[in-house]
Design a protein around this ligand. Structure first.
Ligand code: PLP
Length: 367
């Protein structure tokens, strides 16, 4: 067999390491001693209402899910003042990025993104053997003007992650609006808003109004993996012009959204208390970690999401050291940032331990 010639050029995504795997490796019998700060998960856990809904739905798992995802789609439409025709669901928002690739990318096409933007856009470009241009950032923030200037005749997608993973930075809402207006309508603009619920209010763009007004080339991506604490369940959604949603329906699998995820997401959307707790845990923890890092004189990029990009010197060595302190962190070598790690905001108690571990690394690496 010979695979398509570009297949082996597609980098394999390197996820944050699971707690159990690390516990086995370093010989810890109680995995709960480990702090996983590698995957931007929600340390509050899922909404108790979502857990109850999943338990209740378990007895019906002999049935196929609702392929049209009627209930969750209507709920999201109501929440965002859109129609169900503006909404598509995915097995995580990552699946929706793949589906948009199916619709628009091929070996003759071109995608524009930032150099330190979420790596999945680059992987999807590679999946369809499209060319990808990565634009240098300014102070770890998207340079939207330079991105707009990088448009070529064959450009099909502009991907903007806001706030951006892994830098934690966001662009000003007004700048983002002007950028969207400046892009020709035959180019799809993906705005990945995976962390939008956790942003400070003043930095939060209100882009759903553009979808309401009929913007034809905009997709907003959202997920239940972060603020809603349901990463393990795999559920995300897209908001876009009905034409784009129709194309997504052409390329998706009939049951791409499992039944338990549909039940949980509906319940999670009703749990305002959980969402508010997620927000305050993130805000408090972000402040706590940033204050601690300043005190330790460890450079970092100020964040408006639930993670922080931190300059530690040799990232792989640092993460290995932190493992010895029972902290699982994420080296950023895959982003061409071999001296930076990314840490997820945890609970107050976890943040204290994370800062202690970083202090120990600082002493060890200075010695
Ligand atoms: C975590 C994350 C997502 C969410 O992906 P899911 O597939 O919904 O879990 C999407 N985009 C970015 C930038 C992320 O960091």
């Amino acid at each position: 067999m010979t695979p398509n010639p570009w297949i082996e050029q597609i980098p394999i995504y390197e996820p944050g390491r699971p707690i159990e795997e690390v516990a086995r490796e370093i010989g810890i019998s109680d995995p709960s001693l480990l702090i996983k700060t590698a995957s931007n998960e929600n340390e509050l856990g899922p909404s108790p209402k979502a857990v109850a809904a999943m338990q209740q739905s378990a007895a019906q798992m002999h049935r196929y899910p609702d392929g049209a995802a009627f209930d969750i789609k209507h709920k999201l439409a109501y929440l965002h003042s859109l129609s169900p025709h503006h909404i598509a669901l995915g097995n995580g928002s990552n699946e929706l990025i793949v589906l948009l690739g199916h619709i628009l990318l091929n070996p003759e096409s071109h995608l524009v993104m930032s150099e330190y933007a979420f790596v999945v856009y680059r992987l999807i470009g590679a999946l369809f053997n499209a060319s990808v241009t990565q634009i240098p950032m300014i102070d770890f923030t998207h340079d939207l003007n330079a991105m707009a200037k990088a448009i070529q005749p064959n450009t099909k997608i502009m991907a903007v992650c806001n706030p951006n993973n892994p830098t934690g930075t966001a662009v000003a809402p007004q700048q983002l609006l002007e950028f969207i207006k400046s892009i020709p309508s035959h180019i799809l603009i993906i705005i990945d808003e995976a962390y939008i619920e956790l942003m400070p209010e003043a930095q939060t763009p209100k882009l759903t109004s553009l979808i309401q007004q009929g913007q034809e080339n905009l997709v907003l991506l959202r997920t239940f993996s972060k603020a809603y604490g349901l990463a393990g369940l795999r559920i995300g959604y897209a908001m876009a012009h009905p034409q784009i949603i129709k194309w997504i329906n052409h390329v998706r699998q009939p049951f791409n959204l499992n039944a338990m995820a549909q039940a949980a997401a509906i319940a999670a959307l009703d749990d305002h208390e959980h969402l508010n707790q997620s927000r305050s845990l993130t805000q408090r923890g972000r402040d706590q970690l940033e204050a601690g890092l300043r005190q330790l004189q460890i450079p970092f990029v100020p964040s408006c999401a639930n993670f922080i990009l931190i300059h530690t010197g040799d990232a792989r060595a640092c993460c290995q050291f932190l493992l010895g302190q029972c902290v699982i962190a994420r080296p950023m070598n895959g982003y061409q940032l071999p001296e930076w790690i990314r840490l997820t905001v945890g609970t107050d108690e976890q943040n204290v331990k994370i800062l202690k571990a970083l202090e120990a690394w600082k002493e060890a690496s200075a010695a």
